[in-house]
Design a protein around this ligand. Structure first.
Ligand SMILES: Cc1cc2nc3c(=O)[nH]c(=O)nc-3n(C[C@H](O)[C@H](O)[C@H](O)COP(=O)(O)O)c2cc1C
Length: 409
């Protein structure tokens, strides 16, 4: 058998992806105040498609405009934006690129400024988030059914608009991940209890999407390898969920980990040795590999060409999931392919004023990266030297009094 490389196409029964570069979801916050797509998104995804990635995943798109992860999220509830969605899909599918939309519902991870009374599987507040998040109330059975229908409807519009797949966001502590967690899901009805009960919501979301879009349209999932918190979703449970999702027909699995309470996905609280090895969740993938047929992607920490090549050559993963480096270098895939790539380094974004940095570090970091996306949306290049103070001013002008929010991916 030929050695696998970053340029080997990935083929499955529902897709052929031209290479192994996977642009992971990054919330762009470039939608309008009414959560419609914009020309900026169209420019940004044109830029990424030109850069050579095999698969672009959009930032999380919400299935309910009353339940947002942050202002400026795009929401798809009906066909009101079909024209713009078509243009967006067209931009991101240029150069034979796959472009999938990540569908999400934030559950309780919706800031106070966005939702007075968020919903969740159970009325369990976010730990440490008292300043930024309101206590959620438990969803009723009817509301659960409504959200499942919304995922299916959004997926059917995504397909109609010309995107080439969808990804279910089941990671990072959002609603589906809340259902999976025994800490966040304390329901005693059929949507809670043992793992079968807790994963019922995910399975129903998947089935509804499949019903709406048919067998040939790819459905991916982003799943936590674990929540990394006491009483949370464990690695063992995660592997069981993977096996079941693989059996019901999921087409691509992306592995990440953590949530707002412990943001492992962004490299927070990750061991030095793991950081040096770059891919935070590779060991999990090595184990998961034997359990599932669907192609596997690991996201979090990849920076150097060497680490990417080693992960593909090892056979543990099928695609390399990359977030932040794509915000600083949209041409990363083409540069690796043509030999001109210089490793992108990503340091925590800090003002240097410690009390402030401690309070708002993760929000500063994410907003700084979102500013890079906004620059590309305006046709500019990213600016790795962008001052964190500029980001702070941007946060104050756009978020005002609610800026001291612990908002994370
Ligand atoms: C600005 C920003 C926004 C993000 N938004 C999302 C999102 O909408 N959905 C998601 O699954 N992950 C999101 N993430 C997490 C990334 O997909 C990825 O898991 C994380 O950045 C780790 O990968 P990296 O080390 O290559 O950046 C976001 C990350 C950043 C930096």
């Amino acid at each position: 058998m030929d050695t696998l490389s970053l340029t080997t196409p990935l083929k499955s029964k529902t897709f052929t992806i031209k290479n192994r570069f996977f642009k992971a979801a990054m919330s762009e916050a470039l939608g309008t105040s009414q959560n419609n797509p914009t020309e900026s998104l169209i420019h940004l995804y044109s830029r990424w498609a030109k850069g050579g990635a095999g698969l672009l995943v959009s930032g999380n798109v919400m299935v309910d405009r009353k339940a947002l992860g942050e202002p400026g999220n795009v929401a798809i509830e009906d066909e009101r934006d079909l024209g713009l969605l078509k243009k967006w899909a067209n931009a991101g599918t240029q150069h034979d690129t796959h472009f999938w939309v990540q569908l999400n519902h934030p559950g309780k991870q919706t800031p106070k400024s966005v939702s007075k009374r968020p919903v969740a599987p159970s009325a369990v507040p976010l730990l440490g988030g008292a300043n930024a998040f309101n206590k959620p109330r438990a969803l009723t059975t009817n509301e659960i059914g409504d959200i499942i229908t919304r995922f299916g409807r959004a997926a059917s519009i995504v397909k109609k608009a010309g995107f080439t797949g969808v990804q279910i966001h089941a990671a990072h502590g959002y609603l589906i991940s809340q259902f999976l967690s025994p800490h966040h899901n304390q329901r005693t009805d059929e949507w809670g209890g043992d793992l079968n009960g807790r994963m019922q919501f995910l399975v129903e979301v998947y089935k509804e999407i499949r019903k709406q879009i048919g067998d040939d349209f790819p459905i991916g999932i982003k799943l936590n390898s674990a929540d990394f918190q006491r009483g949370g979703f464990t690695e063992e449970e995660s592997m069981k969920v993977l096996k079941i999702m693989d059996r019901v027909g999921i087409d691509l699995i992306e592995i990440s980990g953590g949530n707002y309470e412990n943001p492992k996905m962004l490299g927070g609280d990750v061991k030095k040795s793991t950081k040096e090895r770059e891919a935070y969740f590779l060991e999990y993938a090595e184990k998961a590999r034997h359990l599932v047929q669907a192609p596997l992607v690991v996201t979090g920490g990849f920076r150097s060409e060497e680490a990417m090549v080693a992960a593909i050559e090892s056979g543990a993963v099928d695609m390399i999931g990359i977030g932040k480096p794509f915000a600083l270098n949209p041409d990363l895939p083409n540069q690796i392919i043509n030999g001109s790539y210089e490793t992108v380094t990503t340091k925590p974004i800090k003002t240097g004023f410690k009390p402030l940095d401690k309070q708002i570090s993760s929000m500063l970091d994410l907003t700084w990266y979102e500013q890079q996306l906004a620059r590309m949306g305006k046709g500019k290049d990213p600016d790795p030297d962008l001052s964190p103070w500029n980001t702070l001013i941007h946060m104050m002008t756009t978020h005002g009094a609610t800026m001291i929010q612990k908002r994370r991916a």
